[in-house]
Design a protein around this ligand. Structure first.
Ligand SMILES: NC(=O)c1ccc[n+]([C@@H]2O[C@H](COP(=O)([O-])OP(=O)(O)OC[C@H]3O[C@@H](n4cnc5c(N)ncnc54)[C@H](O)[C@@H]3O)[C@@H](O)[C@H]2O)c1
Ligand SMILES: O=c1ccn([C@@H]2O[C@H](COP(=O)(O)OP(=O)(O)O[C@H]3O[C@H](CO)[C@@H](O)[C@H](O)[C@H]3O)[C@@H](O)[C@H]2O)c(=O)[nH]1
Length: 464
């Protein structure tokens, strides 16, 4: 990767000082990458253990490439982390809100309480005019409410403004997506704020120029900036549920959804990305974002137009019971009204995170299916390259092992659920010698069924 901090005009342009409030998957990546781009950055979080870890150069999450960049930029002195909101308020010209916006318990709406706390705390400590920019994913209308919070809680007469700039990074590719985004979207309420947002993003555009790339910039109004984000995620989720519905039909009709996806994907109007059928989408974003969008649309009186998103959600959730049934069939157990009884079946369960190359288990379909199999009394032995610690905390009823070999030893069924490279490259013959029975559920649709069957495996994919 080109060294972003060595882009040529680093010292010749205006570089506002930046804070990131909330140092999770989003805020930490941003703080590190913006220091790399040459900005002076402070990261703020209420989680003292996280801040201590970051300040000592230990990344509390798994994100490829980021540990090295964290260490490097701490050494430059451009990057530091704190739990002291006063020092954040004093330091930065632009404050990015990166706190979580999870689904509310028992509801589909987003929980905005973390945004409220962060904004109020910051506002009360400000002593000059600054720009506060929302980056968290929120229901449309939140920016206006945040401006009202700021007006109420910042010292009078400062004229603090709120802007919005949604974020599209994918975990596991986060560093690349921040340094080299496929677009920048922002909204400002004044010329002053618009100029500051230009200055903030200049580092990204300069890096693009050095690498002979272009990054489109969409400057728009607050409501549109907020909506762009949830619209993008809703579209992606719809694409995945569409192909999973086709997987159901393919199974029923004896077709192969992998070939089908490949064939429709050659049409550039459709495109071949986000058409991998499998155990469904999960993570800290797609599931909660489609629910919050649908709920917000209802509040704004256009709920009917978004009923399809409830079905997108339902198709996705059904993947989980469908997969449990597929495992039972592989194990030769029939399902009664209460589901299958899998007692005595030892399952080598490969994958716990919501996708590969992350330790994130939020709304992980793999982990949920593992729990359902355990509820059906299977002996589920889980291995995941990076997600074990998080998974163990969340689902202590499962057994966890530290190596693939331990997971597969003596297994009656292998469930390959998350396409980590370590799993995608499994050799059917070598694996066959370690298990008790050659039965595999390929929840990743990553294997060639012909090859596996040739080596004596009962192979079951999803939609094929
Ligand atoms: N993770 C992603 O890939 C991604 C990508 C784009 C957008 N988003 C959006 O970004 C937001 C953050 O997501 P995330 O995945 O980083 O969440 P996260 O849970 O990993 O991080 C949130 C952080 O905010 C901190 N926090 C909570 N209250 C705070 C407060 N009052 N002040 C300061 N810090 C506080 C938490 O301690 C935590 O470290 C969400 O709205 C999410 O939808 C996430
Ligand atoms: O063809 C596909 C592609 C993805 N998935 C699943 O979909 C989920 C989401 O994957 P991905 O989008 O890669 O992960 P995130 O890191 O959650 O990123 C999404 O959510 C972020 C937070 O809003 C956005 O910034 C990103 O643009 C958006 O892709 C995962 O469970 C994947 O396994 C599929 O099942 N089939």
């Amino acid at each position: 990767m080109a060294n972003a901090s060595q882009s040529p005009s680093q010292n010749t342009t205006t570089r506002p000082r930046i804070s990131f409030l909330g140092c999770g998957y989003l805020g930490t990546t941003y703080a590190v990458c913006f220091a790399e781009l040459g900005y002076e950055v402070i990261g703020y979080d209420v989680d003292a253990a996280k801040i201590e870890s970051l300040n000592t150069g230990v990344l509390p999450i798994h994100e490829p490439g980021l540990p090295e960049l964290l260490k490097k930029n701490l050494e430059t002195g451009r990057l530091r982390f704190t739990t002291d909101v006063q020092s954040v308020a004093d330091f930065a010209d632009v404050h990015f809100i990166c706190v979580g916006t999870p689904q509310r318990k028992g509801e589909h709406r987003a929980d905005l309480s973390y945004i409220e706390t962060a904004v109020v705390d910051l506002s009360q400590h400000l002593s000059r005019k600054v720009l506060i920019v929302g980056k968290s994913t929120v229901p449309v209308g939140t920016a206006t409410w945040v401006q009202e919070l700021v007006d109420r809680h910042a010292p009078e007469g400062l004229g603090v403004e709120v802007g919005w700039s949604p974020e599209f990074l994918q975990e596991s590719n986060a560093m690349h997506d921040v340094l080299r985004p496929n677009r920048i979207v922002y909204a400002a309420q004044s010329e002053w704020a618009s100029q500051l947002l230009k200055d903030v993003h200049r580092g990204i555009l300069e890096l693009a120029a050095v690498e002979d790339r272009e990054v489109p910039v969409v400057e728009t109004d607050l409501a549109t900036a907020e909506l762009v984000k949830v619209a993008a995620n809703a579209f992606l989720a719809t694409k995945i549920s569409f192909i999973n519905a086709m997987a159901d039909l393919s199974e029923a009709a004896g077709a192969d959804v992998v070939d089908l996806a490949r064939a429709i994907g050659y049409d550039q109007r459709i495109g071949n990305k986000f058409l991998r059928a499998g155990i469904g989408f999960g993570g800290g974003c797609l599931p909660k974002d489609i629910r919050a969008l649908s709920a917000r649309a209802g509040e704004l009186g256009v709920g009917e137009s978004f009923r399809f998103l409830d079905e997108v959600d339902a198709v996705n959730t059904r993947r989980r019971s469908h997969t449990v049934r597929a495992v039972a069939e592989l194990a030769g157990r029939s399902s009664g009204p209460n589901g299958p009884d899998l007692s005595g079946v030892r399952i080598a369960y490969l994958g716990a995170t919501f996708k590969p190359d992350t330790d994130d288990i939020r709304d992980s379909p793999a982990l949920d299916i593992a729990r359902r199999l355990r509820s059906a009394r299977a002996d589920v032995v889980v291995y995941d390259p990076e997600g074990l610690e998080n998974a163990q905390g969340f689902a202590p009823e499962l057994s966890f092992v530290k190596t693939l070999a331990e997971a597969v030893a003596g297994a009656d069924v292998v469930c390959a659920m998350v396409p980590w490279e370590e799993f995608r490259t499994l050799d059917p013959e070598a694996l066959g010698q370690q298990v008790a029975e050659r039965r595999i559920l390929d929840g990743m649709n990553a294997f060639d069924p012909v090859q596996w069957r040739k080596h004596g495996w009962s192979y079951q994919g999803i939609g094929r």
